[in-house]
Design a protein around this ligand. Sequence first.
Ligand code: NI
Length: 138
Amino acid sequence: METELSRIGISLPKSLLDRFDEIITARGYSSRSEGIRDAIRNYITYYRWMSDVQCERQGVITMIYDHDQRGLVPVLTDIQHEFRQIVQATLHSHVTHSRCLEVVLLRGEATQIKELAERLMSQKGVESVKLTTIPIEE
Ligand code: NI
């Protein structure tokens, strides 16, 4: 439980803040501070695992890509086959005629999970790759 509060002052481009405000309003946050706290927590969760190299993690990759990008589909499949030791399952949804959403469930060494995410991310036609992982602890 977080009890002690610290105040910080930050400078942001107006356009960035406007976009942020639009989202927090739409999501029903009671204040900008609450939205920023939530964003910081997500940022920490997203990046903290990278420092825990040598540890086994459960993870999910959410990827959006252009189905019409020449040669991309077989490349993405090949990469996942290469990492078959850590890929547990894949879920595919055809979002539109040319956009695909794929969710890849993973379990393995953090370094390998990170490597797979980066390989997928670096392919031309991949619009976004979002990785979430959690440590496995008893
Ligand atoms: Ni598809």
